[in-house]
Design a protein around this ligand. Sequence first.
Ligand SMILES: *Cc1c(COP(=O)(O)O)cnc(C)c1O
Length: 393
Amino acid sequence: MAKLDYLAKQVEQLKADGVYRVLPINEGPCENRITLQGKSIVNLSANNYLGFATHPRVIEASMNAIKTYGVGAGSVRTIVGNQDLLVELEELIALFKHEEAVTVFQSGLNCNIGVIQAITDKGDLIISDELNHASIIDGVRLSKADRAVYKHVDMADLEQILQEKRSMYRNVLIITDGVFSMDGDLAPLDQIVKLANKFDCLTYVDDAHGSGVLGENGRGTVDHFGLHGQIDFIVGTLSKAIGVVGGYVCSKQIAKDWLLHRARPLLFSTAIPPSSIAAIKESFTLLMETTEHTTRLWENANYFKRHMKELGFDIGRSQTPITPVMIGSEAKTMQFSKELLKRGVFVSGIVFPTVAKGKGRLRVMISASHTLEDLDFALQAFAQVGLELGVRS
Ligand SMILES: *Cc1c(COP(=O)(O)O)cnc(C)c1O
């Protein structure tokens, strides 16, 4: 018996279930079209909402920073990795988001894993939406606090948990995605804030898919609901609409002071390289200068979604450019994705364990960088494959 036979068996099972995947190799930049096996393919699966990953000004800012600062931060932030660019970036994000203080992490996942653990302890309770992102779930697992889960966006369920349990704990932290990444629907932040005030709870919103997308100039879901200053922790990513890599949390200065002493990714993992920090700063500058990119993103999204509905596809409860195309079985979802690729369109299938069993879907991510031609080409491919596989009504 080879020692790794247990893994071989598990991989065999993935193949038997039709969900084994070979990672596609993108042979160039992440844009509206990507190159797979030498072919130009319409890319409907990136989180690069605004096309900033290849924006000329963002690229130039990054190259200039390499010339001045080199390629690596050289240390964790708490030693000598806290470069002036990073401090300037935190101030810029705070200004943009209309929040008191910002702490930047190496990724959104990293931020959730660091912050949730640092701000909760034994004797506290964390209440989480059942569809929260995996990085929140992992962050909650690392905390010593107790946990409870409420039904997806179900405020009656949340209130019942609060009524039952609030008095048993020191702090209660209500935690939710701003935009849910698999369905593209919004958390009812206005109602969550009301309940948090009524029951004296802390609030935590992970707005990875809302920042750069919703609100004035892409200020995010909190801005969309007009709730500035009323959410205790607002997490964002620098890897999606911002187009680079990293994560951040907006909070009061006192919370930042604590995070700089206790958030483990800041203490034990090297800071983001200066070239990325400079690129991120330029992306935020672009967002503050013009609504051109966010406007185009929404125009593209509304166009694509309207036509998908007309074709008879079920696009779930999306309220954002994230467009789930509900398929159902795991195998059929993967098959649909393969058929689209044959026709020159890349859309990854999302199946268990990322979503529940039987809730397989293709998740279309619209970007400001898509042309009308790209979108029409993709719609045509969807129309054909949908008929072939009996998915369209
Ligand atoms: C993508 C995502 C993350 C992770 O962000 P990265 O910067 O890619 O690590 C965290 N939370 C949510 C809700 C996300 O959608």
